[in-house]
Design a protein around this ligand. Structure first.
Ligand SMILES: *[C@@H]1O[C@H](CO)[C@@H](O)[C@H](O)[C@H]1NC(C)=O
Ligand SMILES: *[C@@H]1O[C@H](CO)[C@@H](O)[C@H](O)[C@H]1NC(C)=O
Length: 367
């Protein structure tokens, strides 16, 4: 395995020759750019590097590309193809933590989860044990920009962070459409504050975004195809059951089960407040254009809503486009009094059925 630690004197030349975010003037204290070609050397030496290049790393089966506990201010650059050996296990395949971390990828890089080896149509509901892909846990004041991800075994990004920007990330799991890809959520956000996910490009087979808990979260400029749409929830029954101040805007959802969705858990407690869905274009939606329901249990709707996770201060505006003819344009199933203070405007969805099962719909809202 080739591992070069380029000393300070050589750094100016190395940096000027390579594209990327590094500037010599920013490198203070730890005097090196480290180029790693193995996961083991990256994990072992990560703390002595101010910039880490992950160069065509083949991560061994059953191991994590472990970039947790990075030094404050570390920059990390993916180069070439990152691959992972096959083993049935829970993962994650990649883990980052630290403060002021900047993660990017060079032009032409790909992080290839090799999902086809695990895909069996069962996702996390059975069959093979499948590794989670990327944990962005305990990251603060950090950014992940421009990563190009392909074929995750199951869920892609698990975000538990504070003040993290995820910009221009591509996740292409479309190989899994006819090949057993399942539960390949793109971004699962929980126990987080100040998260911005912008300009994501997602092709997958489950939620494009799922916010289970957290505050001050933005998803904007996204393209979501093949999955279950843009979701809040399910909320309830976890350690943290508060979703507050979430804005999902200026995005496209196509070839998906749902457009926009909120689901809360049957007989659980918690709250969903100050959520905005704005300017979202839908096409080829198979189940629901807009769906808000307070009846989830073990991942399925019960049909009976409960009131323990109220949904208040919801704004839904500018949701347009078409759904399939056997889909439902809008479905709202609230408990008595547990949905209130909603603003509803510019909803123009065509092609689907009008629901006859809406209940406790707040005033001013049409279902
Ligand atoms: C809501 O979240 C946004 C985005 O993080 C933030 O800028 C804004 O200050 C938050 N609003 C409140 C009332 O906390
Ligand atoms: C519509 O979306 C489904 C997935 O929900 C997909 O299988 C189908 O090919 C899409 N149809 C078109 C015309 O793109």
């Amino acid at each position: 395995m080739r591992t070069s630690i380029i000393p300070m004197l050589a750094l100016a030349a190395a940096v000027s020759a390579a594209p990327g975010p590094s500037r010599v003037s920013e490198i203070v204290g730890r005097a090196s750019t480290c180029t790693f070609t193995s996961a083991a050397s990256a994990s072992a030496s990560k703390k002595s590097c101010s910039t880490i290049v992950l160069d065509n790393i083949e991560v061994p089966a059953g191991e994590t590309l472990d970039l947790s506990s990075l030094q404050d201010g570390t920059k990390v650059i993916f180069r070439g193809e990152t691959t992972f050996g096959y083993e049935e296990w829970k993962g994650p395949l990649i883990r980052f933590s630290g403060s002021n971390i900047e993660i990017t990828g060079e032009e032409g890089h790909v992080i290839n989860g090799g999902g086809a080896s695990w895909w069996d149509g069962k996702g996390t509901n059975g069959g093979k044990d499948k590794p989670k892909f990327f944990y962005a846990h305990s990251m603060t004041d950090s950014s992940i920009t421009g990563l190009n991800v392909k074929n995750t075994p199951v869920q892609a990004f698990s975000v538990q962070a504070d003040n993290l920007v995820l910009d221009s990330i591509t996740i292409d799991n479309s190989d899994g459409d006819d090949n057993g890809g399942h539960n390949t959520d793109a971004f699962d956000v929980g126990e987080s504050t100040y998260i911005t996910i912008s300009n994501a490009n997602v092709k997958n087979q489950d939620d494009c975004l799922a916010v289970n808990s957290g505050e001050n979260i933005v998803f904007t400029g996204g393209y979501c195809s093949g999955g279950h749409g843009l979701s809040i929830g399910s909320v309830g029954g976890r350690d943290d059951n508060t979703v507050k101040n979430v804005t999902i805007s200026d995005s496209t959802v196509t070839n998906s089960a749902n457009g926009v969705r909120i689901k809360t858990v049957y007989e659980a407690t918690g709250e969903v407040s100050d959520v905005t869905f704005s300017n979202i274009e839908l096409s080829n939606i198979s189940d629901y254009g807009i769906v808000i329901e307070q009846d989830y249990e073990n991942g399925s709707p019960t049909g009976t809503p409960t009131t323990g996770v109220p949904i208040t201060g919801l704004t839904v505006e500018g949701i347009t486009g078409s759904v399939e003819s056997d889909a439902t344009n809008v479905y709202i199933l609230c408990g008595s009094g547990s949905c209130s203070d909603w603003t509803w405007s510019g909803i123009d969805l065509t092609g689907g059925k009008t629901s006859s099962k809406c209940s406790n719909v707040p005033s001013g809202v049409s279902c």
